[in-house]
Design a protein around this ligand. Structure first.
Ligand code: NAD
Ligand code: UGA
Length: 457
């Protein structure tokens, strides 16, 4: 017999890993994850998980069938649940009012209505998705629109995990944030959610607040992280003009304990499903409150990111004698960062599309994201190949473009790769990842972000 029934609606990058870790630490809770996608649920149940996260498969196999279950039967599990986490997607709206900026809340609203329809008893509804500040008020109004007197308490518990390190982040979070209403029932619901995390998260890392602070803090945390990446990327452009070295500047600046050294890695720009969407959402909210200066300030973070991606493409084309038409280029990495197969908003997409528009012939290699690359670049079918072997990708190529920071790219035999390529052979390292001096010694011309080129031409 289980003490409580936890349900999570949405079996994606957040729902799946988060619930697996909760199930592992809370054996007395029954945890069910539901999704409308039959394919995703079948994958979670098959052991061949729909997402790649280091360490995740082991945890899922430990608890699946014991106190963790995946299902497509949303309605019946809603009825049985005491606590419902909702981690459905909240993408940027692509139509109507706020298109291109506001969060598209249709999945959330549908979920709220489904909870309302399928519940004969009161429940705690937890906002796990990232949502605009004050969404809990709207969700609360929908849920309270029942005439059976069923009471729902909406609690905010945003997720801060990063892809590629989701298990580590969930097991050992910097903090867990829980926001609830300052009413008796709000505080009782808050205690129930705190109780879950107490199983493995130290007390001092469980932070409580009011609902609005919690909702807003999530958007702000992502905005600050993305802002650091854009900040260092602007300075990388300045380094290229002045012969300063961005790695040296980032080290010197980051050693100031007030600034800190994390998220100061210059590169081809940030990707991922959330940074851009959450900042645009923040700017939309600011505009709605008439705070136009605030909106313009944060918008710059996204604009600089596009600027950085364009700069990298120009670096490639300019150094390849202003033409890449008909030239084979090996692209190392397609996911938006290492250790994930996720390609959402990956800078590699923009880089590859620009090179394909210039009529280059691409050989794309990525340890986990080739299927995604194939779908994303479907309009260019015939102009690129997908290579599981990096040596084959580089064979006969004029250049290697490093688009993702996969550690395994650092251990390849670049002397052998150089021998197999057209000459002059180039490396464009969009992540400042490889040993550039060694590459130069092998014969490559090396171009990188915010650092002087090691050019033989
Ligand atoms: P995702 O697209 O991987 O997963 C969302 C899932 O919800 C999908 O499988 C979809 O089929 C399902 N879904 C949509 N509507 C549904 C419905 N009515 N009923 C049942 N299932 C439904 O998204 P994600 O990356 O897990 O992100 C989810 C939320 O968490 C977003 O708000 C995101 O901003 C936030 N977030 C994401 C990350 C991350 O690293 N990906 C980290 C922190 C927060
Ligand atoms: C980010 C946040 O780090 C998480 O806390 C948050 O929960 C999540 O967004 C979310 O809300 O979705 P994620 O996008 O998975 O996580 O990955 P990050 O490690 O933040 O990297 C984002 C992008 O920035 C990647 O493309 C990465 O390569 C790039 N980046 C990161 C840099 O270019 N330089 C850096 O110094 C750090």
């Amino acid at each position: 017999m289980f003490r409580k029934n936890i349900l999570c609606i949405g079996a994606g990058y957040v729902g799946g890993p988060t619930m697996a870790v909760i199930a592992r630490h809370c054996p007395e809770y029954r945890v069910v994850v539901v999704d409308i996608s039959h394919e995703r649920i079948a994958q979670w149940n098959s052991g061949d998980l729909p997402i790649y996260e280091p360490g995740l498969a082991e945890i899922v196999s430990e608890v699946i069938g014991k106190n963790l279950f995946f299902s497509t039967d949303v309605d019946s599990h809603i009825e049985k649940a005491d606590i419902i986490f909702v981690s459905v997607n909240t993408p940027t709206k692509t139509f109507g009012l706020g298109a291109g900026k506001a969060a598209d809340l249709q999945f959330w609203e549908k979920t709220a209505r489904q909870i309302l329809k399928s519940s004969s008893t009161g429940k705690i509804v937890v906002e796990k998705s990232t949502l605009p500040v004050r969404t809990a008020a709207a969700i609360g109004r929908i849920l309270d629109s029942n005439d059976q007197g069923v009471h729902f308490e909406v609690v905010s518990n945003p997720e801060f995990l990063a892809e590629g390190s989701a298990v580590r982040d969930l097991e050992n979070p910097d903090r867990v944030l829980i926001g609830a209403r300052q009413t008796e029932s709000g505080q009782a619901a808050l205690r129930e959610i705190v109780e879950i995390y107490r199983h493995w998260v130290p007390e001092e890392k469980i932070v409580t607040s009011n609902v609005w602070s919690s909702e807003l803090s999530k958007l702000v945390a992502n905005a600050f992280l993305a802002q650091r990446v854009s900040s260092i990327n602007t300075i990388s452009a300045l380094c290229e003009k002045t012969n300063a070295d961005i790695e040296e500047v980032a080290r010197a600046v980051g050693m100031d304990s007030r600034i800190g050294s994390k998220f100061l890695k210059a590169g081809v720009g940030f990707g991922g499903s959330c940074f851009k969407k959450d900042i645009l959402n923040l700017t939309y909210i600011a505009e709605n409150y008439g705070l136009f200066e605030v909106a313009r300030y944060w918008e710059q973070v996204v604009q600089i990111n596009s600027y950085q991606q364009r700069r990298f493409v120009n670096l490639i084309i300019n150094n390849m004698f202003n033409t890449v038409a008909g030239k084979k280029i090996a692209v190392f990495g397609f996911s938006f960062k290492a250790d994930t197969g996720d390609i959402r908003e990956s800078p590699a997409i923009c880089v590859c599309q620009a090179l394909l528009e210039e009529r280059a012939v691409l050989a794309i290699h990525d340890p986990k994201a080739l299927e995604g690359a194939n779908q994303e670049l479907a309009d260019y079918t015939g102009q690129f190949t997908l290579e599981s072997d990096p040596y084959h990708a580089a064979l006969g190529a004029h250049a290697i473009v490093v688009a993702t920071d996969w550690a395994e790219f650092t251990t390849l035999d670049y002397e052998r790769i150089y021998e197999s390529m057209e000459k002059p052979a180039f490396v464009f390292d969009g992540r400042n990842l490889l040993d550039h001096q060694k590459l130069y010694e092998f014969g490559f011309s090396v171009h990188r972000i915010g650092r002087p080129s090691l050019s033989r031409i």
